[in-house]
Design a protein around this ligand. Structure first.
Ligand SMILES: C[S@@+](CC[C@H](N)C(=O)[O-])C[C@H]1O[C@@H](n2cnc3c(N)ncnc32)[C@H](O)[C@@H]1O
Length: 421
């Protein structure tokens, strides 16, 4: 009976999350540091949301998002199929964006799906922002106190952000570079995006577990490019405890927060505020370079520069494992169905995914080859929606059905990887 009234179980957050949580927290001591501001304490690798109000809000918006991504998205897709058939076409027939827009975008269910998602996203940022700004001094002095504390290091390089990195992507206020609490906002905002399934970084742990190792088995140094709050960096360190692990990100507030979070968890990893296209590391320094959903957020030109820089910092035989929305060959469908086209446009225009189309257009694989990588299209399984991978793993072992709210309806799929020649 008590299970019924466990709020997290009711929100569908327990399940896989709990098993991963117990694995992570068994080796994790949540330190109480000087100036640590955590009004409601820690929960495994995470700090709990600082007020019951905010936690309640988060749970409500998470469950709404599950509905929007699940039942409402399916209803919208069904409406799109019906409208196509009604107009003498097959549901998945490819038509121009203009025709798709004329046909589908004014349908009330399709429009409601799109606008609910957007409104929810906007509201979620505002609620989180209020908390951090209302307690500005406490959160700021907490971060300042760990800037120069170990384990691990933090390097900040003020003023290096090119214009394209200042965009308010996903509607995040200030974007990745322009708000001192960008890391705080991103961590809790994406917890909502992951519909409550990443509260112990289990998606990142699954991705880190999938990362391929060079053929000679040597893993001394690893880089994660576009590391945000360092979840992948920490997960990689847990998998390769003897390796020197680095994260770079162009958002100074992102790496500050990532460093504080790693220090708080006693994990010895390093963060550098740098462009992935100009990391500052010596030639051949790394055995593995990873990136997770970085490339669709940079210009086409930057993507090419990042691939070249990655090649430069990898040693011969080193491995590049970039995971993004089209790095799973089975998902490289550039001309999607009419509904897909509308969705892409909404994502780009209204979720401020400014470089979405640049990424789709880019010759990612060609540039990898030109930059000295041997391509393997059949690399380890990954997912651009990290929790899908952990859910797929959990299903393989438990036989449980796919969770509602699983956005793409896909589990892990073969991802590309490159080996430096
Ligand atoms: C979608 S987030 C990546 C998520 C992250 N890898 C994770 O594990 O959750 C994109 C990140 O890339 C960073 N970024 C964008 N352009 C960059 C660039 N040119 N160089 C380095 N970081 C960049 C952003 O600041 C942001 O933190």
């Amino acid at each position: 009976m008590s299970q019924l009234f466990n709020r997290r179980s009711m929100m569908g957050m327990a399940g896989g999350a709990l098993s991963a949580a117990s694995v992570l927290s068994s080796s994790h001591a949540h330190a109480k540091l000087k100036n640590d501001f955590e009004p409601r304490g820690g929960d495994g690798i995470w700090e709990r949301l600082p007020s019951l109000n905010l936690e309640a809000y988060d749970e409500m918006s998470t469950s709404t998002r599950k509905w929007v991504n699940g039942a409402l998205a399916r209803a919208a897709q069904q409406r799109a199929n019906e409208l196509m058939v009604k107009n003498g076409m097959k549901p998945d027939q490819q038509i121009s964006f203009e025709d798709a827009s004329k046909l589908l975008s004014n349908d009330p269910i399709i429009a409601m799906r799109a606008s609910s998602w957007q409104r929810l996203q906007w509201h979620m940022w505002q609620e989180l922002k209020r908390e951090f700004y209302d307690n500005y001094d406490a959160y700021m002095s907490e971060m300042e106190a760990t800037d120069k504390t170990g384990p691990g290091t933090l390097e900040l390089n003020p003023g290096i952000e090119p214009e394209y990195t200042k965009h308010e992507i996903h509607m995040q206020p200030g974007g990745y570079t322009g708000d001192p609490f960008a890391g705080h906002l991103y961590l809790y905002g994406t917890a909502n995006f992951y519909v409550g399934q990443n509260y112990q970084d289990q998606g990142h742990a699954a991705l880190a577990a999938a990362v391929p190792v060079p053929a000679d088995g040597k893993v001394r140094r690893i880089l994660d490019a576009g590391c945000s709050c360092g979840q992948q960096v920490v997960a990689l360190k847990r998998r390769f405890p003897d390796a020197e692990v680095w994260g770079v990100d162009i958002g100074a507030p992102m790496v500050r927060y990532a460093h504080m979070r790693a220090v708080d968890n006693g994990v010895d990893v390093n963060f550098r505020h740098a462009l992935a296209e100009k990391t500052g590391f010596p030639d051949g320094y790394f055995d593995i370079v990873t990136s997770y959903i970085l490339h669709h957020e940079v210009t086409e030109q930057a993507t090419y520069e990042i691939i070249r820089e990655t090649s430069r910092v990898l040693r011969p035989g080193g491995v590049y494992f970039p995971v993004d929305v089209y790095t799973m060959p089975s998902r490289r469908v550039l001309d999607g169905t009419p509904m897909r086209r509308i969705q892409d446009w909404i994502t780009s225009r209204w979720n401020h995914e400014r470089w979405w189309y640049d990424y789709q257009r880019s010759d990612f694989l060609g540039e990898m080859q030109r930059s000295g990588f041997a391509l393997n299209m059949d690399g380890p399984e990954a997912s651009a929606y990290a929790v899908n991978l952990s859910q797929a793993r959990a299903r393989q072992t438990s036989g449980r059905p796919q969770a509602l709210g699983d956005m793409s309806g896909q589990g892990g799929q073969k991802n590309i990887m490159g080996t430096k020649i």
